[in-house]
Ligand binder design. Structure first.
Ligand SMILES: Nc1nc2c(c(=O)[nH]1)N[C@H]1C(S)=C(S)[C@@H](COP(=O)(O)OP(=O)(O)OC[C@H]3O[C@@H](n4cnc5c(=O)[nH]c(N)nc54)[C@H](O)[C@@H]3O)O[C@H]1N2
Ligand SMILES: Nc1nc2c(c(=O)[nH]1)N[C@H]1C(S)=C(S)[C@@H](COP(=O)(O)OP(=O)(O)OC[C@H]3O[C@@H](n4cnc5c(=O)[nH]c(N)nc54)[C@H](O)[C@@H]3O)O[C@H]1N2
Ligand code: SF4
Ligand SMILES: [Mo]
Length: 758
């Protein structure tokens, strides 16, 4: 069993390096943070002759056993013969897959000169950048810093669908993005979130540990997930109905007066208005909207309110729904009225780490002129996580947390991705003509794939920094070789969400001519004649600068520290108030009201089911061997899940006349995916799980082929029309999309392949 998470006093005994050298001769061991996913588990790498050959779990008791198969297989994945090791320049038509190898210098000189040309003609906002979710360890604030100096606000990321948007929206309610104290909590509520041995291993371990000491587990999931099986209560709600369910819980908690009256009176605004809204959701209505029994809803609500302190760990499920803003805010209201905010065992505000220059300070949002901020794409229609939406947070953030711009989870000052791709494709409301994707498979990682492809085809300059020839890279002008987390040092401050800082040592030299994204931004700043923007000689000097407040160089920090943190202080708001305009928890949000939205949470119901599409689908259920759209090239992993698979119930299979392992097409009126059928009664009837992120690196590219992305990527079905989009944020509804199953026996493989063209 793993030890406590590093926030309690007990963990202070484990901040120093704990490290067992390999007994095998010639093996060099280093302490690193796995950056294959956003969990950043502490690991030990073992190298022979300058090559990492093994990755194992950390020896430090507080990090031990947090490791999954993706880290273990990483030496193989990174040494794959198809890895891009040299800068490539497009020589054929875009997407034709004709490349020539160039030097970094040639590439960066040409990229800078073409970027300058785009900016001179269309303005700095014509340059958009898409970076990874914070998982790949490729974001350190430097990209935003250069964009802010150049004048472009148009930065997007997968965090718009995953945690970044929760951070931005959470701040409207209580000024910060809270983190659950798994170590001391008595009740854990998972909204669909399903951590496993090989999916977010650390959280999985924490939940196991909490359950072993008696904490309750409530799981809300339409299917019987592995977490649902272990839960005290499983609510099999309809996909996309999470916000309605929380209204039901609030109704029970308010009617039965199970809330913390003192906290509500002293520290919240808008309770009576919220109560009026909650009264619109009697349990019979909630039962209808969610498909769950009123008694079960009651039981779960009572458990949450009376068996606490409870936590609602962050979940991407409520980040990806039509009612996302309301669902995130409703979770906030629950936490607040039950008195679980910033208490031991509850949802805590960890704050910034003193003495360490954080990512937001590196980003320098203050230098981007106001008029450029207001040009950020999506600001007018979907402002929640844009500069415009977060403008009113500046004063409260400064008051409580000491800085005006705090870009928690990098998600608080983003452009709206669908708006960026529309500007790229249509020039609406203005032209975007240069697009960079770093460690991000943009074609497949947002919604409305056709529009993204159209946008890329319409660019004057597309630059991708990658490990492999992804569908996005295939449409680039330059594909630059990215280093891996084995090959670079890193300082993780967990993006101002989690109050600890950890070092990751460089384990080996980069293969070929691979470089870090840090070096990419430094080279670009130089080539753009702005060397002063990145004044540090190299990444080591950069980290020395960031750690100077602790009186240590990066090297000294590595030698002395596994994790640096201050033990959490609870109820900090009693001294400072909350970082909201009123200083209180805003159950009724003044910021949303000023932005022209309903200041109270609400619930938009599903539109009527179209006759042709009588089934519902959701995308997701992360697959153990892969990370998102990556990893399909590793044979050992591919052997575990060789093909994209849907899950459906026995009854659904019968009604649609399909059998196990049959290939079918799942379609809606926007697009379709080709998938293999898996039948399981863990799925409810009439719901299909479509996997995220499928393409096949071994399939054909060039001639408009995108290695199977046009055949398998769920993004072809992810829509962004009004009925399927959260309005405050402008994020797509991925949980509950009408669809149908088409038999494939009438379509030959050749016919289908012929359709696979841009
Ligand atoms: N349609 C749809 N869209 C989604 C989701 C969904 O379920 N459906 N899920 C959302 C979620 S939860 C997330 S987290 C995001 C994830 O979105 P992304 O962060 O873009 O994740 P990946 O798809 O894994 O793409 C990362 C790419 O970076 C490359 N890479 C990995 N490590 C490095 C590195 O060190 N350096 C460089 N240069 N490149 C590297 C990989 O080869 C891979 O192609 O997508 C979101 N988008
Ligand atoms: N091996 C592996 N691990 C990963 C990743 C990976 O790619 N591979 N990705 C990582 C990333 S970036 C993320 S964001 C996390 C995501 O990990 P999770 O939060 O676990 O998300 P999913 O696995 O997509 O889906 C979890 C559950 O949500 C249920 N669900 C579907 N629709 C709804 C709904 O409308 N409401 C509710 N309440 N439940 C619903 C599904 O049935 C499923 O059991 O996983 C991380 N872990
Ligand atoms: S869960 Fe796995 S992939 Fe993610 S950081 Fe941990 S070891 Fe790496
Ligand atoms: Mo994610």
């Amino acid at each position: 069993m793993p030890a406590p998470m590093p926030i309690g006093e007990e963990a202070l005994a484990h901040t120093k390096p704990v490290f067992r050298e390999s007994e095998r001769e010639g093996v060099v061991s280093k302490r690193a943070l796995c950056q294959t996913c956003d969990m950043q588990c502490a690991v030990v790498t073992e190298s022979i002759d300058g090559q990492v050959v093994r990755v194992r779990s950390s020896d430090n008791p507080i990090f031990k056993d947090h490791i999954c198969m993706k880290a273990i297989v990483s030496p193989k994945g990174f040494a794959h013969p198809d890895r891009i090791l040299h800068p490539l320049k497009r020589v054929g038509e875009r997407g034709e897959d004709k490349w020539e190898q160039v030097t970094w210098e040639e590439a960066m000189t040409d990229i800078a000169s073409r970027l300058k040309g785009v900016i001179a003609e269309h303005g700095p906002e014509a340059w958009a950048v898409s970076t990874s979710q914070w998982n790949t360890g490729t974001d350190h604030g430097l990209g935003r810093r250069l964009m802010n100096h150049v004048g472009s606000p148009n930065w997007i990321s997968g965090v718009s669908l995953c945690a970044g948007n929760t951070a931005a929206v959470s701040r409207f309610t209580y000024g910060w993005f809270p983190l659950g104290d798994f170590h001391s909590t008595k009740c854990i509520v998972l909204f669909g979130h399903n951590p496993r041995r090989h999916s977010w291993t650390m959280i999985y371990n924490y939940i196991q540990l909490a359950q072993a000491r008696g904490a309750k587990l409530i799981v809300l999931d339409p299917r019987e997930s592995s977490s649902a099986i272990r839960a005290d209560i499983h609510l099999p709600l309809k996909a996309g109905s999470d916000a309605a369910m929380i209204f039901g819980w609030l109704k029970v908690i308010m009617d039965e007066e199970l809330y913390d009256k003192k906290f509500v009176k002293e520290w919240t605004v808008g309770f009576e208005e919220l109560r009026d809204r909650v009264n619109e959701f009697p349990l019979e209505r909630v039962a209808k909207l969610t498909g769950c029994e009123p008694e079960m809803i009651q039981k779960a609500a009572r458990m949450y309110a009376t068996e606490g302190p409870s936590i609602i760990p962050w979940t991407p499920i409520t980040d990806m729904q039509r009612n996302s803003t309301s669902a995130i805010r409703l979770q906030g209201c629950l936490r607040a009225i039950c008195g679980y905010l910033d208490v031991r065992g509850g949802d805590t505000f960890q704050g910034l780490v003193d003495g360490v220059v954080n990512d937001s300070q590196i980003e320098m949002h203050e230098v981007l002129p106001h008029e450029q901020k207001m040009k950020q794409l999506g600001s007018d229609t979907h402002p929640a996580y844009t500069y415009k939406g977060q403008e009113a947070m500046r004063e409260p953030l400064k008051r409580v947390w000491g800085h005006e711009y705090i870009n928690q989870v990098t998600g608080c000052y983003m452009a709206n991705p669908p708006s960026v791709f529309r500007a790229m494709a249509e020039g609406d409301p203005y032209k975007v003509k240069a697009f960079f994707a770093l460690g991000n498979n943009a074609v497949m990682s947002y919604s409305n794939m056709n529009q993204i492809i159209k946008g890329l085809m319409n660019q004057e300059l597309v630059v991708v920094q990658e490990h492999f020839m992804t569908p996005t890279a295939q449409l680039a002008d330059y594909v630059l070789p990215g280093d891996t987390w084995h090959e670079r040092p890193w300082l993780s401050d967990l993006f101002e969400w989690i109050g600890f800082v950890r070092p990751s040592e460089q384990s080996m030299e980069p293969m070929g001519e691979a470089k870090s994204t840090w070096e990419f931004w430094k080279l670009l700043a130089n080539a753009m004649d702005m060397p002063e923007v990145v004044p540090w000689k190299d990444i080591y000097e950069f980290y020395d600068y960031r750690l100077a407040g602790l009186g240590k160089t990066f090297e000294e920090f590595c030698a002395t520290t596994d994790v640096h943190f201050e033990p959490i202080k609870y109820k900090k708001y009693e001294k400072t108030g909350f970082a909201t305009p009123s200083g209180k928890v805003e159950l009724k949000s003044s910021i949303l009201e000023d932005l022209g939205f309903d200041p109270l949470p609400y619930f938009r119901e599903d539109p009527p089911m179209p006759e042709n599409y009588p089934l519902m689908m959701f995308t997701g259920v992360r697959e153990d061997p892969y990370f998102q759209t990556g990893g399909r090239h590793i044979p050992e992993m591919r052997a575990r899940i060789p093909e994209p698979q849907i899950f459906i119930s026995t009854k659904t299979a019968k009604v649609w006349n399909v059998i196990a392992d049959e290939w079918v097409e799942v379609a809606n009126d926007q697009g379709s995916v080709r998938v293999q059928v898996k039948i399981t009664d863990k799925m409810p009837d009439d719901l299909i799980r479509v996997p995220h992120g499928w393409w096949k690196p071994e399939m054909e590219r060039g001639n408009g082929k995108l290695s199977g992305a046009l055949m398998y990527s769920d993004n072809q079905m992810c829509r962004e029309d009004f009925d399927y989009m959260d309005q405050e944020q402008g994020i797509p509804h991925l949980k509950g999309i009408p669809c149908r199953i088409n038999k494939l026996n009438s379509v030959t493989e050749e016919e289908r392949l012929a359709e696979d063209a841009v």
